[in-house]
Design a protein around this ligand. Structure first.
Ligand SMILES: NC(=O)c1ccc[n+]([C@@H]2O[C@H](COP(=O)([O-])OP(=O)(O)OC[C@H]3O[C@@H](n4cnc5c(N)ncnc54)[C@H](OP(=O)(O)O)[C@@H]3O)[C@@H](O)[C@H]2O)c1
Length: 350
């Protein structure tokens, strides 16, 4: 069965998702009866293209890899009236896609333009699949209700730990357990920096290296001051604990005050500094924080090194369950988009 998909944003994640579709086309069809047809792509930088009969994905990837615009796409279907001037909203409203992948810019202060993209999709009876943290961190319950009212899905696996199945794990295999606490390493950049500092480099030098490797942005504030991890804490509280947290309710501290001396002295005590995100049920509701913590080396989270992420769910029936995996990356986050689309596909099929 063909699922018609439109992409809003064709950067790292959008292209990663498309590469997976090409690579796994046969397996997805044979194993799950799934066929994907990308019918529109809209990107502010790379241009836009739509074809109701389906786009040649490889040609779209080749165009952007060659520094060309999607507007230069050559359609091989006859009389299909390809569109080349739709912006994101026109693409959501006018394309024949059933599923919109919102893969544009994250703004965790306003959530825009992604929140408008989501609302427009729902009002037009289209599912949203997204790795963009903005909508889920700022308006999860409102958007979920709007999606339900319009009988479509709001799928957000990629917003926390990319394709590592965190939200699906809690909502699927762990359903029936009560989760009393969630604790994890949710920012790969800072975990990479702390790992490198333990090898002897100073903070400034490590930050420069993280920027050169593309882990940290030119303005690293979002990572090193804990804002990125905080957005993920808010999403997990909203989605898995049904507690609508605002940013003001999360105690946030980054890693900027961690010195080489602190790292060295932790080493001598058989401990290790990690930027830990925690959401805990308490007698007074929920306590949520992002802050550096010195963990004993026996703690599973103490041994998560480099850019890897990890999350421990404390449950009543299974005790602690820890998932370790990628927190970012082209194919890793592209995979989260596939996971959510396959879940929609299975539901429609059944
Ligand atoms: N990359 C990862 O590993 C990862 C992991 C988890 C979550 N995410 C999230 O997933 C989303 C996509 O990430 P990415 O790495 O693919 O980002 P990216 O490489 O920067 O690509 C995003 C693309 O969307 C375009 N865009 C921005 N606003 C748009 C709009 N209103 N309409 C259409 N296109 C628009 C951007 O164009 P301009 O350059 O002109 O703005 C850019 O080409 C982001 O929200 C990101 O935070 C990424």
């Amino acid at each position: 069965m063909k699922r018609r998909i439109a992409l809003i944003g064709f950067g790292t994640v959008g292209q990663g998702f498309c590469e997976i579709l090409l690579q796994k086309e046969q397996l997805l069809n044979e194993k799950y009866g799934f066929e994907a047809e990308i019918v529109a792509i809209s990107d502010t930088l790379k241009g836009s293209i739509s074809c109701k009969k389906g786009l040649d994905i490889q040609q779209c990837i080749d165009l952007v890899n060659n520094g060309q615009k999607l507007d230069e796409y050559k359609c091989e279907h006859g009389n299909c009236e390809c569109g080349r001037d739709w912006d994101s909203l026109a693409t959501i409203q006018n394309s024949n896609a059933d599923i919109i992948c919102e893969l544009a810019y994250t703004d965790v202060k306003t959530g825009q333009p992604a929140i408008t993209h989501c609302k427009t999709a729902f009002k037009n009876g289209k599912h949203i699949v997204t790795s963009n943290k903005g909508p889920a961190a700022l308006q999860y319950s409102e958007l979920k209700k709007l999606a339900e009212k319009n009988k479509v899905k709001f799928m957000i696996e990629g917003t926390v730990m990319s394709g590592s199945p965190v939200i699906n794990l809690a909502e699927g295999p762990l359903a029936g357990c009560t989760i009393s606490a969630i604790k994890g390493i949710l920012n790969g950049t800072t975990n990479y920096m702390l790992t490198e500092m333990e090898k002897g480099m100073g903070y400034a030098e490590v930050l420069k290296k993280a920027q050169e490797l593309g882990y940290a942005e030119a303005d690293p504030t979002g990572d090193v001051e804990g804002f990125d991890a905080m957005a993920k804490v808010i999403i997990l509280a909203n989605v898995l604990m049904d507690v609508p947290l605002g940013a003001g309710a999360v105690h946030r501290e980054g890693i900027t005050k961690i010195t080489s001396e602190m790292i060295e002295s932790a080493k001598n005590e058989n401990t290790r500094w990690k930027l830990i995100s925690t959401i805990e049920k308490t007698e007074n509701g929920i306590a949520a924080s992002v802050k550096p913590e010195k963990l004993a080396l026996t703690d599973p989270l103490a041994n998560i090194m480099g850019a890897t992420n990890a999350l421990t769910f404390s449950t009543d029936l299974l005790g602690d369950v820890t998932i370790v995996g990628a927190g970012a990356g082209k194919l890793e986050t592209g995979f989260s988009i596939l996971t959510d689309i396959l879940a929609i596909h299975r539901q429609i099929k059944n």
